[in-house]
Design a binder for this molecule. Structure first.
Ligand SMILES: Nc1ncnc2c1ncn2[C@@H]1O[C@H](COP(=O)(O)OP(=O)(O)OP(=O)(O)O)[C@@H](O)[C@H]1O
Length: 200
C-alpha cells in the first residue's frame, strides 16, 4: 500500500496556505508532518481525509481496498476530541463504531487497552483531558482502518499514556498500516519528517 500526494495546493479562506507539496508513505511507515503554526499541517490531514478539497494536485492510495474510497480507509483524529459529553465513554465509542462502519472489534477490550475500562459508564463530560484523548485513541482500535491521520495525537497524555500510544502505533505499523501525524514534538516512534513551509 502506498499513499502519495503530488503537487498539492491548499487554499483556505481565499488564501494560499501551501502549494506544490509532494509526499509518499508506504505500508508500515510513519510520517511526522512538521512546520510552524499555521503552515497547514491540519489542513493537509483534512485534505487526505477528504474533509477539504485540494485547489490543485492529487492524493491517491494504491494497493488498498479497491472498493473503498481513500476517506473510508482513513481514521482522522483531530486535535479536538470529538466526544458527546452526555453519552458515556462506552456509548461514545459505540457511536463512532456505528458512524464509521466496517469490521468492528471489541469495544470493551479497546477501552481496557487505553486504560478506560473502569470509566466505561461515566459520562464523557466528566473525563479529564488525557482521558478524553485516550477515548479518542480507542476509536483507532475498535474500527480497523489502514491509514491513521493524527493531529497532535499525544496532547494531554501522561508518560504511561505516551508509552501505551507508542505501542499502539508500532502494532499498527507492524500490521502494515501507515500513520501521518501532525506534531510539534517527536512522535515517539521511528518516523520520516514531512516539513511544510520553511524551518520553524
Ligand atoms: N476555516 C478556515 N477558513 C479560513 N482559513 C483557515 C480555516 N482554517 C484554517 N485556516 C487557515 O489556514 C492556515 C493553516 O491552518 P492549519 O490549521 O492547517 O495550520 P497548522 O499548521 O495545523 O497550525 P498549528 O501548528 O497552529 O496547529 C492558517 O493560516 C489558518 O488560519
Amino acid at each position: 500500500m502506498q499513499l502519495s500526494g503530488s503537487g498539492i495546493k491548499c487554499v483556505r479562506g481565499g488564501r494560499e496556505v501551501f502549494a506544490g507539496l509532494d509526499f509518499a508513505a508506504a505500508s508500515g511507515e510513519a510520517l511526522a508532518v512538521v512546520g510552524r503554526n499555521g503552515s497547514g499541517k491540519t489542513s493537509l490531514l483534512r485534505l487526505i481525509a477528504g474533509l477539504l478539497v485540494p485547489a490543485g494536485g492529487t492524493i491517491a492510495l494504491s494497493g488498498g481496498d479497491a472498493e473503498l474510497s481513500l476517506a473510508e480507509q482513513c481514521h482522522y483524529l483531530g486535535h479536538r476530541d470529538a466526544l458527546k459529553p452526555a453519552l458515556s465513554v462506552a456509548e461514545n465509542l459505540a457511536f463512532w463504531a456505528d458512524f464509521l462502519g466496517g469490521e468492528r472489534f471489541d469495544g470493551a477490550k479497546s477501552l481496557a487497552t487505553v486504560g478506560l475500562d473502569h470509566a466505561a459508564h461515566l459520562p464523557a463530560a466528566f473525563l479529564s483531558a488525557g482521558q478524553r484523548r485516550r477515548l479518542s485513541l480507542a476509536r483507532l482500535l475498535t474500527i480497523r482502518r489502514p491509514v491513521w491521520l493524527l493531529d497532535e495525537p499525544t496532547t494531554a497524555l501522561d508518560a504511561a499514556g505516551l508509552d501505551m500510544f507508542c505501542g499502539l502505533m508500532r502494532e499498527h505499523l507492524g500490521r502494515g498500516g501507515m500513520i501521518i501525524a501532525a506534531t510539534h514534538i517527536p512522535l515517539g516512534i521511528e518516523s520520516r519528517e514531512l516539513r511544510i513551509g520553511g524551518a520553524v
